[in-house]
Ligand binder design. Structure first.
Ligand SMILES: N[C@@H]1[C@@H](O)[C@H](O)[C@@H](COP(=O)(O)O)O[C@@H]1O
Length: 352
């Protein structure tokens, strides 16, 4: 087991701890009569917000949107933003673009919250509510545990807001807690299957020259995150698309050197057809789902997880690939190519 795999393994235990501590963590912020949530962050942090925004709307009954820091301008805010909760997410706690976006939101009168992966994070300086994600230690540059942890934190926040404002009944809240618990119990099964499948197919997978990750809109955050993880560890071109957007043009670039990984949650009836059509140009097509499939081009997690919570399982096989494939080329997947990169670019600040 390498570092990333260890973090993947301890993830469900850590998620359980986050659930345990959640009531106390959100106790004060949920009483603020929040009417709207805007989430910002970069990379993996952005993807966690992007993935959770829809379920957060459903659970909280209020408007929730995720946006990149560069898209945050004074004009995006309502005239009265005093009941808007603006959440800056940064696992390392020090991304300056996130900090700058939070500053704009603060000046527009929003309530500022932070979800960093550590206490006393740089971005916490601007926060009215510090909602630290209890990730535990994650030293690998390519984050995996923190992605799930941040997603759970966001979900729980939305659930507590929903209960507080009367949108979510206590019994629905309790049922969700139970489903989450079950999901965390199924996670190790999915992880072990992913480890086994990648091990069996790693020689072939590692030949990838470039990769497209394609999935349904409901998993778009996971699609982008899976693409980022493969890109930053395998160090080859990887992009992610929603299924419909992929159809609108992207397929033109598929040739015999292309690898395409499909996330199939059963919601898109054309997955079989697209594999057939793209098969004209490449053999490197893989379908990832939740069935018990297990051949060299089709993998299923074989778990019973409620649709709403499949996001806590779907990225696994991609994260496992990100942890295994670089090692075949002699690259340590947990180390960024240039550890001084952010210092050189001035894009992150040390925590105070
Ligand atoms: N390569 C990393 C990404 O993996 C990370 O997601 C992003 C945001 O980091 P943070 O969440 O600490 O703000 O920064 C880096 O560039």
């Amino acid at each position: 087991m390498n570092l990333i795999q260890n973090y993947l393994k301890e993830t469900p235990m850590q998620l359980g701890k986050i659930v345990e501590g959640s009531q106390r963590l959100f106790d004060s912020v949920v009483k603020k009569d929040i009417k709207k949530i805007i989430i910002t962050g970069s990379g993996t942090s952005y993807h966690s917000g992007l993935q959770m925004q829809q379920i957060m709307r459903v659970k909280s009954g209020i408007s929730v949107s995720a946006t990149y820091p560069f898209q945050v301008t004074p004009e995006i805010f309502d005239e009265d933003s005093s009941r808007t909760l603006f959440i800056g997410i940064s696992q390392g706690g020090s991304s300056l673009s996130t900090y700058d976006a939070m500053e704009i939101a603060k000046n527009k009168g929003c309530i500022i919250a932070t979800m960093a992966g550590e206490k006393d994070a740089y971005i916490d300086q601007l926060a009215d509510d510090v909602l630290t994600v209890n990730i535990g230690e994650e030293k690998a540059g390519a984050k995996t545990k923190g992605y799930y942890a941040t997603k759970v934190n966001l979900l729980l926040l939305a659930e507590y807001i929903g209960v507080e404002n009367g949108h979510l009944s206590q019994s629905d809240f309790d049922a969700d807690q139970e489903s989450l618990k079950k999901t965390f119990e199924e996670y190790p099964i999915a992880l072990n299957r992913a480890l086994k499948w990648v091990e069996q197919n790693k020689e072939d997978l590692a030949k990838a020259d470039n990769i497209r990750v394609v999935g349904p809109g409901q998993l778009y955050g996971d699609v982008l995150e899976s693409a980022l993880k493969l890109l930053e560890t395998c160090r080859i071109p990887v992009t992610g698309y929603d299924f419909d957007e992929f159809i609108h043009g992207i397929y033109n670039a598929i040739d015999e050197k292309s690898t395409v990984l499909f996330m199939d949650d059963g919601s898109e009836p054309r997955v079989g057809k697209i594999v057939e059509v793209l098969g004209q140009w490449t053999d490197r097509l893989y379908v990832i789902g939740v069935s018990d499939a297990e051949d060299s081009h089709k993998f299923g997690y074989d778990v019973q997880v409620p649709k709403d919570f499949q996001t806590f399982v779907f990225p696994l096989v991609f994260q496992v690939m990100a942890s295994v494939l670089p090692e075949l080329k002699g690259v340590d997947p947990s180390q960024p190519k240039d550890p001084n990169f952010h210092q050189e670019l001035g894009s992150k600040k040390y925590n105070y």
